[in-house]
Design a protein around this ligand. Structure first.
Ligand SMILES: [Zn+2]
Ligand SMILES: [Zn+2]
Length: 253
């Protein structure tokens, strides 16, 4: 009883603080009008990804060349996923945004990111039957209080009230320790994660014929996403899309 009472007090205290303290810009900490926002000075510094882009991986194009156009990489080697979308280019600015809430104490940032992801992935969310986070993989679980991808999946679904998709946090499991991906080249990364995931037996029957939306924080080479997509397709998924908060965008060659 006592702990429940204290919990209530703590929640009430936080609500009061939220009402009293002015909302702060997520970029620089200046006061802004709405919580989870960016000030006018910071807004242009964030690279939000918007069309025109590759129909499959959303790699930004300089010029519009048709809604179905593919980037060179996707044309040469079509990805297993149907579509990948991200809210932001992964750069100096968005990295600073992603890092603080990796540690779970900036829920205002998480809420804003959920809104941006819901917008970037609106088409994907509209088509999805199931939404699932990519399980913690090469990152060190013991250094984390939670799976960031799971938090992002939850707040993205919450920010998209019209979606009929069901959030299934444990659809995929990480089967084995894959070690650090850092310092590995593309091919090695693929080999490293290939056997790393499986579908939780609890959801095996549910998966057949479903459209799945995978959620993660950052899309780097796509090796982890591809490994998860392969497992889901083998499990009978009809389509798999991928939505991340940020993605690495390599300069066009
Ligand atoms: Zn600012
Ligand atoms: Zn592409």
């Amino acid at each position: 009883m006592l702990s429940t009472g204290l919990g209530h007090l703590r929640v009430a205290g936080r609500t009061m603080l939220n009402a009293v303290l002015p909302p702060l810009c997520l970029g620089c900490g200046e006061i802004v009008e709405t919580p989870g926002g960016l000030c006018a000075a910071c807004w242009p510094g964030f690279s939000f990804i918007a069309p025109p882009y590759c129909a499959r991986c959303a790699h930004p194009f300089v010029h519009a060349i048709g809604a179905e156009a593919l980037c060179g990489a996707c044309a040469m080697r079509p990805p297993r996923y149907r579509r990948a979308r991200a809210a932001l280019v992964y750069d100096e600015r968005s990295r600073k945004l992603v890092l603080p809430f990796k540690h779970g104490d900036r829920t205002d940032i998480a809420r804003a990111c959920g809104g941006w992801m819901a917008r970037a992935g609106a088409e994907l969310l509209a088509d999805a039957d199931l939404v699932a986070p990519i399980p913690l993989h090469w990152r060190r679980l013991f250094m984390r209080r939670y799976n960031q991808a799971q938090l992002l999946a939850r707040i993205t679904v919450a920010a998209a009230p019209s979606t009929r998709a069901r959030l299934v946090p444990d659809l995929l499991r990480r089967r084995r320790w894959t070690g650090s991906q850092t310092g590995l080249a593309g091919k090695q990364r693929h080999d490293n994660v290939r056997q790393a995931f499986d579908v939780h037996p609890r959801w095996a029957a549910l998966l057949a014929g479903k459209s799945v939306l995978l959620v993660d924080d950052v899309f780097t080479t796509g090796a982890t996403a591809e490994a998860c997509v392969r497992v889901l397709q083998r499990g009978g998924a009809r389509h798999v899309d991928v939505l991340t908060l940020a993605r690495v965008v390599r300069p066009a060659v």
